[in-house]
Design a protein around this ligand. Structure first.
Ligand code: PBG
Ligand code: ZN
Length: 327
């Protein structure tokens, strides 16, 4: 490249030129919308999530209404989170065939064509708020994966297309795959939260679904934010155990991890723009320090890094206003 023969600014001359040369595009089908469904809410009710302005906990019927509205404007898939009426030591409402998520899956599959993905974990369902079975303040790995398998199976039985274990226990993908296969659910996919970091950006979510641990933290199972080699090993392990789609979470602070995983494994890769990323941008925009363009820039950057799918709370906004990046 020799100046002045090469003038890079030619490539950015005007909008039309920039558009045809744009390397990355965000499409409606790249987006997955997280839906929070609260068992105790009745018809017509929804609760605003104060730590995530513009997001709600829905009753089952309201969640269905919202899902249908979004499907009409281009939504392809949802990720379901349940807020059960009852919590106990072993999170038994998580695998109840009459549980809130199991009901929601059934209704969504009956009444929409959405791809239904379910979060598989115990923390919203346990009285202590931990992602597993506890003994002497320790999370028991092997005990927990049996429960996770039961939860995943109950979601598959209810009709889920994809189960998404978010617990970070060792061996859970293999355990879930075996359980699904033994019960004939060969076609139920697994999207594992493979490189899930112990991140402070989950704070608004834990408030939204009341899942903050009552003691201790999640650092013995979620990853150290300082590590990437370990993330590669986690992803490799999940692929060997049978993951169909791997996920990196959070997204924006971990673009290097997304890129490395996609480049190395060439497997469908999802990135989770988590609650804190959403609330941070919202707060910036609402205070006037940022503009809404920062939303588009973050999402196109996550896509550029290598994500095929992005779980984002901005999904409704993007579907309403268009996913096109204004270059
Ligand atoms: C629970 C779970 C978490 C999220 C999804 N499933 C967070 C946690 O570990 O407490 C985070 C979602 C978000 O912050 O948007 N295993
Ligand atoms: Zn959990």
């Amino acid at each position: 490249m020799k100046f002045p023969t090469t003038r890079m600014r030619r490539l950015r001359k005007n909008f039309q030129v920039r558009k045809i040369l744009q390397e990355t595009n965000l499409n409606p089908e790249d987006l997955i919308y997280p839906l929070y469904i609260k068992e105790e809410l009745t018809d017509g009710q929804k609760e605003h999530i104060d730590t995530m302005p513009g997001q709600y906990r829905y009753s089952l019927n309201e969640a269905l209404k919202e899902a249908k509205r979004l499907e009409e404007i281009g939504l392809s898939s949802v990720l379901l989170f349940g807020l059960p009426a009852i919590k106990d030591e072993t999170g038994s409402s998580a695998y109840d065939s009459e549980g809130i998520i199991q009901k929601a899956i059934g209704r969504l599959k009956e009444e929409t064509d959405l791809v239904v993905i379910t979060d598989v974990c115990m923390c919203q369902y346990t009285s202590h708020g931990h992602c597993g079975i506890i003994e002497d303040e320790e999370i028991l790995n092997d005990e927990t994966i049996n429960y996770l398998s039961k939860i995943a199976l109950s979601h598959a039985e209810a009709g889920a297309d994809i189960v998404a274990p978010s617990d970070m226990m060792d061996g859970r993908v293999e355990a879930i795959r075996k359980t699904l296969d033994n019960n004939g659910f060969y076609d139920t996919m697994i999207m594992s939260y493979s490189a899930k970091y112990a991140s402070s950006f989950y704070a608004p979510f834990r408030d939204a679904v009341c899942s903050a641990p009552s003691f201790g933290d999640r650092k013995t199972h979620q990853m150290n934010p300082a590590n990437i080699n370990e993330a590669i090993r986690e992803v490799e392990q999940d692929i060997m155990e049978g993951s169909d789609i791997v996920m990196i979470k959070p997204a924006l602070p971990y673009l290097d991890v997304i890129k490395e995983v996609k480049d190395r494994f060439k497997i469908p890769t999802a990135a989770y723009q988590v609650s804190g990323e959403y609330s941070m941008l919202k707060a910036g925009i609402e205070s006037g320090y940022l503009t809404e363009e920062s939303i588009y820039e973050s999402l196109i950057s996550i896509k550029r890094a290598g994500a095929d799918l992005i779980i984002s709370h901005f999904t409704p906004k993007l579907l309403e206003e268009g996913t096109e990046f204004k270059c």
